[in-house]
Write a protein that binds this ligand. Structure first.
Ligand code: PRP
Length: 213
């Protein structure tokens, strides 16, 4: 039997995924060692392999078939725009993709003016403003601490993830528009879904059993 390979977005998403996998009898003991520098972990008995990757690379590994299956946030899936099958909402990592800014920017969003939008998610931001709102905007790509942008005058608004809303609150910003809900999703390579249909189908059935409890 060939290995079924999983790419997990390293950090909280991977930890939570492995917790859920344990509930359906999929374990990977060597992955639990906090000091390990290994990149790939194997469960010989079940013929499974796991590796941890940067979230934004997970869809790439899955599209090319280097991983059969990935678990990654919907934000990353939308931003990367890869050819994949999204097969399951894992139900954790729930948050929202929003347009945020100071209350004073709310008017600018109604007037169809050309505004500057800072984001770690330039594709999601561009798609939302150009295709859903028909508003021409200038997108400025940032790599983190995006909330700074409207405060220091880099942009009028931002497109970013809001989870608890604490970052916005503590920086005097608000949610101005909601783009879409987000959560962790399971994605599958298009060929793997056909070739390994039985094993993947069983995995999804087992997961559904514990996720719906
Ligand atoms: C994310 C996101 C927001 C924050 C939202 O940032 O970009 O800044 O979390 O969470 P909250 O609504 O619970 O405050 P992250 O911590 O990933 O770091 P970053 O600033 O480097 O993007």
């Amino acid at each position: 039997m060939r290995y079924l390979t999983f790419a997990l977005a390293k950090g909280r998403l991977a930890r939570k995924t492995l917790e859920i996998f344990e509930k359906i009898g999929i374990t990977c003991e060597e992955m639990k060692d906090p000091d390990t520098r290994k990149l790939i972990f194997v469960n010989e008995e079940l013929r499974l392999r796991f590796f941890l990757a940067k979230a934004s690379d997970v869809p790439t590994y899955v599209e090319y078939g280097a991983a059969d299956i990935g678990v990654v946030g919907k934000d990353t899936i939308l931003e990367e725009g890869r050819n994949l099958f999204e097969v399951m909402d894992m139900g954790f990592g729930k948050c929202r993709m929003c347009v945020c800014g100071p209350e004073s920017a709310r008017e600018l969003l109604k007037k169809n003016e050309i505004i500057r939008v800072a984001s770690k998610y330039p594709h999601i931001a561009k798609d939302y403003f150009n295709n859903k709102k028909n508003q021409t905007v200038e997108i400025i790509k940032l790599n983190g601490s995006v909330e700074l942008a409207p405060i220091v005058g880099l942009s009028e608004v931002i497109v970013d993830i809001v989870e608890t809303g604490t970052t916005l609150r503590e920086n005097g910003l608000d949610v101005l528009e909601e783009i879409c809900p987000l959560s962790a999703r399971m994605v599958v390579n298009q060929v793997s879904l056909r070739m390994e249909h039985e094993r993947i189908h069983k995995l999804l059935t087992d997961l559904n059993g514990v996720l719906n409890q």
